[in-house]
Ligand binder design. Structure first.
Ligand code: BDR
Ligand code: CA
Length: 313
């Protein structure tokens, strides 16, 4: 089967970085048409720079990286330096990128790519707030039916919130954008906290990254070392949750994940529950299903795949 053509929309972020590395390490499964940066974990000048740092770390400096929206559609940007550090990629010491940032705006790249490629052959993989994707859908509503799928990290049902008691970070930062994306009609697969909080980098898994013995293995071990302090303190968990790599792992081996095709709506009105993903997991409404919402992961299989692929870079 031909590799799946994807655009990674991202706000690196250590876990975004691992997601990008996994995709770039898997050319037989994934063809990365471009990486589009959005403001999220840290402001846009850092996320676009971090995206280029990661592509160079992967040894893929020809990857096209585009900068997109620097703020949510209507709200003030909320960032997460308390989780990811000042640079967004704190942990390893990595050189500044030499590869260029592309001239075009990320939103134009998304629209042009979806209009140029054959219908239903391009998958969007958002790993951050959904501002770029929603802006593209607003400017070019025709692209919704040209999408093969949107596979995104965001939201939660059983785990509820990480940035507020009710909301997960990516959805909370731009709930208006999330509402547009969840209502766009394209097939959507969601990796919520319910899954990603089960993808924990325990010490033996971190040791396995380091034991790869390459700059990539070392950097990933150092990133997850840094990133784990937050979740260990907050949840008492065994290590850093690799949220975003669940998206790229799903493209390689969907059988690692299990969930339900359900209705998911986004709260945009209430201050108290802003950005909540109201997931009708139990089918108590007759609202139409608009997303496959994952809950289960074969975590050992996921880490075996990840470690194996990272070792190629
Ligand atoms: C999401 O928020 C970010 O901090 C991570 O990169 C991930 O995409 C988890 O809530
Ligand atoms: Ca992210």
């Amino acid at each position: 089967m031909a590799p799946r053509k994807i655009i990674i929309d991202t706000d690196p972020g250590q876990d975004d970085a691992v997601a990008i590395l996994l995709a770039l390490a898997s050319p037989e499964d994934i063809d990365v048409l471009g990486v589009t940066a959005v403001a999220g974990n840290v402001p846009l000048p850092l996320t676009e720079k971090n995206a280029r740092i990661v592509c160079e770390l992967a040894g893929k400096p020809d990857t096209k990286v585009y900068a997109g929206c620097d703020a949510p559609l209507t709200r003030k940007l909320v960032t997460a330096e308390h989780v990811h550090g000042k640079t967004g990629l704190d942990g390893p010491t990595l050189p500044d990128p030499v590869m260029p940032l592309q001239d075009r705006h990320a939103v134009d790249f998304i629209i042009d790519t979806l209009r140029r490629e054959a219908p239903n052959t391009v998958t969007l993989c958002p790993l951050g707030p959904l501002t770029n994707v929603a802006t593209a859908l607003q400017q070019a509503p025709d692209i919704a039916e040209r999408l093969q799928e949107i596979v995104l990290m965001g939201g939660a049902y059983f785990e509820v919130g990480n940035i507020t008691p009710a909301a997960e970070f990516n959805i909370y930062v731009d709930p208006d954008a999330a509402k547009i994306v969840f209502g766009c009609g394209a097939p959507i697969t969601v990796m919520p906290l319910d899954v990603t909080h089960k993808a924990l980098v325990t010490q033996p898994r971190n040791d396995a990254f380091r034991a790869i013995g390459t700059p990539v293995g070392q950097a990933v071990a150092e990133m997850t070392d840094f990133f784990e302090r937050f979740d260990k303190q907050k949840y008492g968990s065994a290590g850093a949750p690799l949220h975003d790599p669940c998206v790229t792992a799903y493209l390689i081996d969907p059988d690692l994940f299990g969930g339900r095709h359900i209705n998911v709506e986004i709260e945009t009105g209430s201050d108290l529950t802003l950005g909540m993903t109201v997931a009708d997991w139990w089918g108590v409404t007759d609202r139409p299903a608009n997303a496959t919402f994952m809950r289960d992961i074969n975590a050992d299989g996921f880490f075996a795949l990840l470690t194996d692929r990272l070792a190629r870079l």
